[in-house]
Design a protein around this ligand. Structure first.
Ligand SMILES: NC(=O)c1ccc[n+]([C@@H]2O[C@H](COP(=O)([O-])OP(=O)(O)OC[C@H]3O[C@@H](n4cnc5c(N)ncnc54)[C@H](O)[C@@H]3O)[C@@H](O)[C@H]2O)c1
Length: 330
């Protein structure tokens, strides 16, 4: 198989290195020609994945047409950019599969990545789409540490093909047919991770963080079920698994953004300083809008939106969360 990874950021570069290690021919596409050239020449992606060597036989290019000739296209660009990349492609080969590594929801359209693929690519069918999600912090995988994730597709053979192609001794993949659940699990946990980071920044302690993660998972599950996901998916790798990792990891960008906000930095300064994408920021707004539309209560997501977009103080957001109407645990 020949695989093209679209997006040579932290995760896309890691995935290309990993694919190469398991014997798959990999092309890595980066939209910025200078950056692509630099990575191709130096065989290291200093901007997005410093200190990790990229094998000589991984082709790095900014020529999208060169990347399109593949059996599998792997999407590893930020969610808010994915549509514009697909619009440049317009269509893919009639047998080409697409695997999304993206963990986000598009603002305004409130579309998941699978929906964006169907909207933008002529003749593309949902049976050729899969999403991979789980606790997969890229720098750990790049260092060869063991990890596990889930691959979901509406077509079990598609999920199976990808599961078999990318499973290895250090990477164990499970399969699922719950595309909505796996896409939403990965996207929504970034919002809760941001909130967990706010807890860290405010030094609220481990009780508060444990409560936040638990109620965050309840919130993710509630919204997901309303949007057509299976509830049990949120107890799996793309839900609970990823949530635990992201809320704890010093590597998590979403958690770190929250930590900076919780320690008093202003949202616009934090956002302006980011080199790599923190999907939770934009997905918070999309998730809140989805929740409003479907009349689902998402207090933590709303608190994240208030802190990031209306500059509510984290202290006020916390007070508001704690003083809500008392209710049963569900
Ligand atoms: N980094 C991780 O550990 C990790 C793990 C799992 C999933 N993800 C998800 O993978 C996705 C990508 O994350 P990342 O960490 O690799 O992001 P990143 O910020 O490291 O890289 C983003 C990539 O997108 C490219 N890009 C930026 N603007 C572009 C444009 N206008 N057109 C085309 N390309 C553009 C950048 O050049 C870069 O190659 C996100 O949805 C993220 O949630 C990341």
């Amino acid at each position: 198989v020949r695989v093209s990874i679209l997006g040579a950021g932290n995760w896309g570069t890691t995935f290309a290195i990993f694919a190469n290690q398991v014997g798959i021919e990999a092309v890595l596409w980066e939209f910025d020609p200078q950056q692509a050239q630099l990575v191709a020449d130096t065989r290291v992606n200093t901007r997005y994945l410093p200190g990790i060597a990229i094998a000589d036989d991984v082709i790095v290019t900014s020529d999208l047409s060169r990347a399109l000739d593949a059996d599998l296209l792997v999407l590893a660009v930020p969610a808010q950019i994915c549509r514009s990349v697909l619009q440049q492609m317009k269509q893919v080969g009639r047998r080409t599969l697409i695997l999304s590594l993206i963990k986000g929801i598009e603002q305004v359209s409130l579309a998941r990545i699978s929906e964006i693929c169907l909207q933008e690519l002529d003749g593309f069918e949902e049976n050729r789409f899969a999403v991979l999600s789980g606790p997969t912090i890229a720098p750990e995988i790049a260092r060869g540490l063991p990890a596990s994730a889930v691959v979901a597709s509406a077509s079990p053979p598609t999920a199976r093909r990808i599961q078999e192609a990318f499973s290895a001794v250090q990477f164990r993949l499970y399969s699922s047919d719950d595309v909505i659940g796996v896409e939403l699990g990965g996207a929504l946990k970034n919002v809760i991770a941001l909130a967990a980071g706010v807890c860290d920044g405010m030094r609220l302690g481990d009780n508060a963080k444990g409560a936040l993660m638990t109620r965050g998972l309840a919130e993710m599950t509630r919204l997901g079920a309303e949007l057509g996901a299976r509830k049990s998916t949120f107890s799996g790798l793309s839900g609970l698994g990823d949530l635990v990792t992201t809320c704890a990891s010093p590597w998590s960008r979403n958690r770190r953004v929250g930590e900076r906000l919780g320690s008093g930095e202003r949202p616009k300064d934090v956002l302006a300083s980011l080199v790599m994408v923190a999907e939770g920021v934009w997905t918070a707004r999309a998730a809140r809008d989805m929740a409003v539309m479907h009349k689902v209560d998402v207090p933590i997501t709303q608190a994240v939106c208030d802190i990031v977009f209306t500059e509510k103080s984290p202290g006020d957001a916390l007070t508001q969360l704690m003083l809500r109407e008392l209710k049963a645990e569900d």
